[in-house]
Design a protein around this ligand. Structure first.
Ligand SMILES: Nc1ncnc2c1ncn2[C@@H]1O[C@H](COP(=O)(O)OP(=O)(O)O)[C@@H](O)[C@H]1O
Ligand SMILES: [Mg+2]
Length: 298
Protein backbone atom coordinates (compact mmCIF):
# COMPACT_ATOMS: atom_id res chain seq x y z
CA UNK A 1 0.00 0.00 0.00
CA UNK A 2 1.17 3.48 -0.83
CA UNK A 3 1.52 5.99 1.99
CA UNK A 4 1.80 5.41 5.71
CA UNK A 5 -0.58 3.09 7.53
CA UNK A 6 -1.76 5.88 9.83
CA UNK A 7 -2.11 9.51 8.72
CA UNK A 8 -3.42 12.19 11.05
CA UNK A 9 -3.82 15.69 9.63
CA UNK A 10 -4.47 18.59 12.00
CA UNK A 11 -6.69 16.42 14.19
CA UNK A 12 -8.59 18.30 16.86
CA UNK A 13 -10.83 16.92 19.55
CA UNK A 14 -12.86 19.32 21.64
CA UNK A 15 -14.98 18.22 24.57
CA UNK A 16 -17.78 20.46 25.73
CA UNK A 17 -19.16 20.07 29.21
CA UNK A 18 -21.73 22.78 29.83
CA UNK A 19 -20.15 25.94 28.49
CA UNK A 20 -16.60 24.79 29.16
CA UNK A 21 -14.55 23.64 26.15
CA UNK A 22 -11.54 21.37 26.56
CA UNK A 23 -9.20 21.06 23.60
CA UNK A 24 -8.05 17.51 24.33
CA UNK A 25 -6.29 17.45 20.95
CA UNK A 26 -5.40 20.82 19.53
CA UNK A 27 -4.14 19.93 16.03
CA UNK A 28 -2.12 16.73 15.73
CA UNK A 29 -0.40 15.84 12.46
CA UNK A 30 1.33 12.50 12.43
CA UNK A 31 2.27 9.60 10.13
CA UNK A 32 2.95 6.10 11.43
CA UNK A 33 4.28 3.35 9.17
CA UNK A 34 3.79 -0.39 9.15
CA UNK A 35 5.91 -2.20 11.69
CA UNK A 36 6.72 0.91 13.72
CA UNK A 37 6.72 0.50 17.48
CA UNK A 38 5.64 3.88 18.86
CA UNK A 39 5.58 4.95 22.50
CA UNK A 40 3.34 7.89 23.33
CA UNK A 41 4.33 9.77 26.45
CA UNK A 42 3.01 12.81 28.26
CA UNK A 43 1.70 13.85 31.64
CA UNK A 44 -1.81 13.16 32.85
CA UNK A 45 -4.41 15.16 30.92
CA UNK A 46 -2.09 15.81 27.97
CA UNK A 47 -4.38 14.02 25.50
CA UNK A 48 -2.83 10.54 25.21
CA UNK A 49 -6.03 8.58 25.72
CA UNK A 50 -7.97 10.90 23.45
CA UNK A 51 -5.35 10.29 20.76
CA UNK A 52 -5.55 6.52 21.30
CA UNK A 53 -9.36 6.61 21.13
CA UNK A 54 -9.16 8.36 17.80
CA UNK A 55 -6.45 6.05 16.47
CA UNK A 56 -8.63 3.15 17.66
CA UNK A 57 -11.70 4.46 15.80
CA UNK A 58 -13.54 4.56 19.11
CA UNK A 59 -14.05 8.28 18.72
CA UNK A 60 -13.98 10.70 15.80
CA UNK A 61 -12.04 13.94 15.52
CA UNK A 62 -13.95 17.20 15.92
CA UNK A 63 -12.01 18.37 12.88
CA UNK A 64 -9.09 17.24 10.77
CA UNK A 65 -8.61 13.95 8.97
CA UNK A 66 -7.54 10.45 9.93
CA UNK A 67 -6.66 7.91 7.27
CA UNK A 68 -6.08 4.32 8.39
CA UNK A 69 -4.87 1.77 5.84
CA UNK A 70 -5.99 4.08 3.06
CA UNK A 71 -9.48 4.66 4.45
CA UNK A 72 -10.72 8.03 5.66
CA UNK A 73 -12.08 7.47 9.15
CA UNK A 74 -13.44 10.87 10.06
CA UNK A 75 -16.50 10.48 7.82
CA UNK A 76 -17.43 6.91 8.73
CA UNK A 77 -20.61 5.97 10.57
CA UNK A 78 -20.72 3.68 13.62
CA UNK A 79 -21.03 0.44 11.65
CA UNK A 80 -18.16 1.30 9.36
CA UNK A 81 -16.04 2.23 12.37
CA UNK A 82 -16.77 -1.04 14.10
CA UNK A 83 -15.95 -2.96 10.93
CA UNK A 84 -12.57 -1.27 10.49
CA UNK A 85 -11.86 -1.82 14.20
CA UNK A 86 -12.52 -5.55 13.83
CA UNK A 87 -10.45 -5.89 10.68
CA UNK A 88 -7.53 -3.63 11.35
CA UNK A 89 -7.09 -2.97 15.06
CA UNK A 90 -6.33 -4.88 18.24
CA UNK A 91 -6.62 -3.40 21.73
CA UNK A 92 -4.63 -4.08 24.91
CA UNK A 93 -5.55 -2.47 28.23
CA UNK A 94 -3.82 -1.74 31.50
CA UNK A 95 -6.19 -4.04 33.42
CA UNK A 96 -6.09 -6.83 30.81
CA UNK A 97 -9.94 -6.79 30.62
CA UNK A 98 -10.23 -10.57 30.58
CA UNK A 99 -13.47 -12.30 31.53
CA UNK A 100 -12.79 -13.95 34.89
CA UNK A 101 -15.02 -17.02 34.55
CA UNK A 102 -13.77 -17.80 31.09
CA UNK A 103 -10.72 -19.77 29.98
CA UNK A 104 -7.77 -18.18 28.22
CA UNK A 105 -8.88 -19.82 24.98
CA UNK A 106 -12.45 -18.53 25.25
CA UNK A 107 -11.21 -15.05 26.10
CA UNK A 108 -9.14 -15.06 22.92
CA UNK A 109 -12.04 -16.43 20.88
CA UNK A 110 -14.36 -13.64 21.97
CA UNK A 111 -13.64 -11.05 19.24
CA UNK A 112 -14.21 -13.76 16.63
CA UNK A 113 -17.51 -14.69 18.24
CA UNK A 114 -18.64 -11.08 17.86
CA UNK A 115 -17.63 -11.27 14.20
CA UNK A 116 -19.88 -14.29 13.72
CA UNK A 117 -17.08 -16.73 12.93
CA UNK A 118 -17.97 -20.42 13.46
CA UNK A 119 -16.75 -22.29 16.51
CA UNK A 120 -14.25 -24.57 14.78
CA UNK A 121 -12.40 -21.74 13.08
CA UNK A 122 -12.65 -19.64 16.25
CA UNK A 123 -10.97 -22.29 18.32
CA UNK A 124 -8.27 -22.97 15.75
CA UNK A 125 -7.41 -19.30 15.38
CA UNK A 126 -7.50 -18.64 19.12
CA UNK A 127 -5.12 -21.57 19.68
CA UNK A 128 -2.69 -20.23 17.11
CA UNK A 129 -2.88 -16.82 18.73
CA UNK A 130 -2.15 -18.23 22.20
CA UNK A 131 0.77 -20.21 20.73
CA UNK A 132 2.14 -17.01 19.28
CA UNK A 133 2.34 -15.41 22.73
CA UNK A 134 3.81 -18.60 24.24
CA UNK A 135 0.70 -19.65 26.16
CA UNK A 136 -0.59 -22.53 24.04
CA UNK A 137 -0.35 -24.83 27.02
CA UNK A 138 -2.41 -22.58 29.28
CA UNK A 139 -5.47 -22.38 27.08
CA UNK A 140 -7.80 -23.96 29.64
CA UNK A 141 -6.63 -21.79 32.53
CA UNK A 142 -8.87 -19.10 33.95
CA UNK A 143 -7.31 -15.67 34.44
CA UNK A 144 -6.95 -16.16 38.21
CA UNK A 145 -4.66 -19.14 37.54
CA UNK A 146 -2.33 -16.96 35.50
CA UNK A 147 0.26 -14.40 36.55
CA UNK A 148 -0.23 -10.75 35.59
CA UNK A 149 2.23 -11.10 32.74
CA UNK A 150 0.48 -14.19 31.46
CA UNK A 151 -2.89 -12.46 31.66
CA UNK A 152 -1.52 -9.59 29.62
CA UNK A 153 -0.19 -12.09 27.08
CA UNK A 154 -3.67 -13.63 26.83
CA UNK A 155 -4.98 -10.12 26.23
CA UNK A 156 -2.36 -9.64 23.51
CA UNK A 157 -3.39 -12.98 21.96
CA UNK A 158 -6.97 -11.71 21.99
CA UNK A 159 -5.83 -8.50 20.28
CA UNK A 160 -3.96 -10.55 17.65
CA UNK A 161 -6.69 -13.05 16.85
CA UNK A 162 -8.36 -10.75 14.33
CA UNK A 163 -5.01 -10.42 12.44
CA UNK A 164 -4.81 -6.66 12.99
CA UNK A 165 -2.40 -4.29 11.27
CA UNK A 166 -2.19 -2.18 14.40
CA UNK A 167 -2.08 -3.01 18.12
CA UNK A 168 -3.07 -0.13 20.41
CA UNK A 169 -2.11 -0.47 24.06
CA UNK A 170 -2.91 2.15 26.73
CA UNK A 171 -0.49 1.66 29.65
CA UNK A 172 -0.13 -2.10 29.01
CA UNK A 173 2.58 -2.45 31.65
CA UNK A 174 0.95 -0.16 34.23
CA UNK A 175 0.00 -3.13 36.43
CA UNK A 176 3.08 -5.27 35.81
CA UNK A 177 6.41 -5.54 37.61
CA UNK A 178 9.47 -4.46 35.65
CA UNK A 179 10.54 -7.96 34.69
CA UNK A 180 7.11 -8.86 33.33
CA UNK A 181 6.93 -5.51 31.58
CA UNK A 182 10.07 -6.42 29.65
CA UNK A 183 8.42 -9.70 28.63
CA UNK A 184 5.47 -7.79 27.23
CA UNK A 185 7.78 -5.34 25.46
CA UNK A 186 9.69 -8.27 23.94
CA UNK A 187 6.44 -9.56 22.54
CA UNK A 188 5.59 -6.14 21.09
CA UNK A 189 9.04 -5.94 19.52
CA UNK A 190 8.43 -9.32 17.88
CA UNK A 191 5.10 -8.13 16.54
CA UNK A 192 6.78 -5.02 15.16
CA UNK A 193 9.37 -7.19 13.43
CA UNK A 194 6.55 -9.18 11.82
CA UNK A 195 5.10 -5.98 10.32
CA UNK A 196 2.42 -5.18 12.89
CA UNK A 197 2.35 -1.57 14.02
CA UNK A 198 2.36 -1.18 17.79
CA UNK A 199 1.34 2.03 19.57
CA UNK A 200 1.82 2.03 23.33
CA UNK A 201 0.95 4.76 25.83
CA UNK A 202 3.33 4.76 28.76
CA UNK A 203 4.56 7.21 31.35
CA UNK A 204 7.63 5.10 32.09
CA UNK A 205 10.75 6.27 30.23
CA UNK A 206 12.28 2.79 30.71
CA UNK A 207 9.43 1.25 28.77
CA UNK A 208 9.61 3.85 26.01
CA UNK A 209 13.23 2.81 25.37
CA UNK A 210 12.00 -0.45 23.84
CA UNK A 211 10.06 1.44 21.16
CA UNK A 212 11.49 2.56 17.82
CA UNK A 213 9.93 5.99 18.15
CA UNK A 214 8.83 8.20 21.04
CA UNK A 215 6.13 10.83 20.67
CA UNK A 216 5.63 13.26 23.54
CA UNK A 217 2.22 14.92 23.82
CA UNK A 218 1.52 18.05 25.84
CA UNK A 219 -1.67 20.14 25.98
CA UNK A 220 -3.13 18.22 23.06
CA UNK A 221 -0.15 18.79 20.78
CA UNK A 222 2.86 16.75 19.70
CA UNK A 223 5.79 18.36 21.51
CA UNK A 224 8.48 16.00 20.27
CA UNK A 225 8.67 13.05 17.94
CA UNK A 226 11.92 11.10 17.75
CA UNK A 227 12.94 7.85 16.12
CA UNK A 228 15.46 5.84 18.09
CA UNK A 229 17.29 2.55 18.11
CA UNK A 230 15.21 0.46 20.48
CA UNK A 231 16.81 -1.40 23.35
CA UNK A 232 16.28 -5.13 22.75
CA UNK A 233 13.81 -6.38 25.37
CA UNK A 234 15.68 -9.23 26.98
CA UNK A 235 14.21 -10.64 30.15
CA UNK A 236 16.90 -11.06 32.83
CA UNK A 237 17.25 -14.46 34.54
CA UNK A 238 14.71 -16.52 32.59
CA UNK A 239 12.27 -18.30 34.93
CA UNK A 240 12.67 -22.04 35.47
CA UNK A 241 11.71 -23.89 32.29
CA UNK A 242 9.60 -26.39 34.30
CA UNK A 243 6.18 -27.11 32.87
CA UNK A 244 5.56 -23.94 30.91
CA UNK A 245 8.02 -24.38 28.10
CA UNK A 246 9.45 -27.86 28.57
CA UNK A 247 8.70 -30.87 26.42
CA UNK A 248 7.05 -31.16 23.03
CA UNK A 249 3.79 -32.89 23.86
CA UNK A 250 1.04 -30.40 24.72
CA UNK A 251 -1.23 -33.14 26.07
CA UNK A 252 1.39 -34.50 28.43
CA UNK A 253 2.19 -31.03 29.69
CA UNK A 254 -1.45 -30.07 30.04
CA UNK A 255 -1.88 -32.96 32.50
CA UNK A 256 1.22 -32.01 34.40
CA UNK A 257 0.05 -28.40 34.49
CA UNK A 258 -3.34 -29.29 35.87
CA UNK A 259 -1.81 -31.43 38.60
CA UNK A 260 0.65 -28.71 39.39
CA UNK A 261 -2.04 -26.05 39.69
CA UNK A 262 -4.12 -28.45 41.75
CA UNK A 263 -1.59 -28.60 44.50
CA UNK A 264 -0.77 -24.89 44.30
CA UNK A 265 2.70 -25.45 43.08
CA UNK A 266 5.54 -23.73 44.87
CA UNK A 267 9.07 -23.23 43.66
CA UNK A 268 10.14 -26.10 45.90
CA UNK A 269 7.73 -28.33 44.00
CA UNK A 270 9.15 -27.16 40.71
CA UNK A 271 12.61 -28.12 41.78
CA UNK A 272 11.37 -31.61 42.67
CA UNK A 273 9.68 -31.87 39.28
CA UNK A 274 12.78 -30.84 37.46
CA UNK A 275 14.83 -33.34 39.41
CA UNK A 276 12.43 -36.18 38.69
CA UNK A 277 12.26 -35.35 35.00
CA UNK A 278 15.75 -35.18 33.56
CA UNK A 279 14.49 -33.94 30.19
CA UNK A 280 13.20 -30.68 31.51
CA UNK A 281 16.04 -29.72 33.81
CA UNK A 282 18.49 -27.34 32.17
CA UNK A 283 21.75 -29.27 31.99
CA UNK A 284 23.99 -26.25 32.31
CA UNK A 285 22.04 -24.46 35.01
CA UNK A 286 24.37 -23.02 37.63
CA UNK A 287 23.90 -24.62 41.03
CA UNK A 288 22.71 -21.37 42.61
CA UNK A 289 20.11 -20.71 39.89
CA UNK A 290 17.14 -21.80 41.94
CA UNK A 291 17.84 -19.37 44.73
CA UNK A 292 18.19 -16.40 42.39
CA UNK A 293 15.03 -17.48 40.55
CA UNK A 294 13.19 -17.58 43.79
CA UNK A 295 14.30 -14.06 44.50
CA UNK A 296 13.33 -12.83 41.04
CA UNK A 297 9.89 -14.39 40.94
CA UNK A 298 8.66 -13.40 44.34
N1 LIG B 1 -15.10 12.55 27.67
C1 LIG B 1 -14.53 13.69 28.06
N2 LIG B 1 -15.26 14.78 28.38
C2 LIG B 1 -14.69 15.93 28.77
N3 LIG B 1 -13.37 16.11 28.86
C3 LIG B 1 -12.57 15.08 28.57
C4 LIG B 1 -13.10 13.80 28.15
N4 LIG B 1 -12.06 12.96 27.91
C5 LIG B 1 -10.95 13.67 28.17
N5 LIG B 1 -11.24 14.92 28.55
C6 LIG B 1 -10.27 15.99 28.88
O1 LIG B 1 -9.36 16.07 27.80
C7 LIG B 1 -8.03 16.27 28.27
C8 LIG B 1 -7.15 15.10 27.78
O2 LIG B 1 -7.55 13.91 28.43
P1 LIG B 1 -6.91 12.49 28.13
O3 LIG B 1 -6.85 12.30 26.67
O4 LIG B 1 -7.67 11.49 28.91
O5 LIG B 1 -5.43 12.68 28.71
P2 LIG B 1 -4.35 11.60 29.18
O6 LIG B 1 -4.77 10.26 28.68
O7 LIG B 1 -3.07 12.09 28.60
O8 LIG B 1 -4.32 11.68 30.68
C9 LIG B 1 -8.13 16.36 29.78
O9 LIG B 1 -8.19 17.70 30.12
C10 LIG B 1 -9.41 15.64 30.09
O10 LIG B 1 -9.98 16.13 31.27
MG1 LIG C 1 -5.10 8.42 29.74
Amino acid sequence: MAGPLIELRDVKKTYRTGDVEVHALAGVTLDIDRGEFVAIMGSSGSGKSTLMNILGCLDKPTSGSYTLAGQEISKMDKNQLSEIRNKTLGFVFQNFNLLARTTALENVELPLLYQGIGSKERTARAKRSLDRVGLGQRQDHHPNMLSGGQQQRVAIARALVGTPSVILADEPTGNLDSRTSIEVMALFQELGASGITVVVVTHEPDIAEYASRVIVVRDGLVRSDKKQTPIPAIVPDAPPPSSQTAGHSPEANEGAEARAIGRLKTNEDQKTDAASNGDTAPKDAPSDASSSERGASS
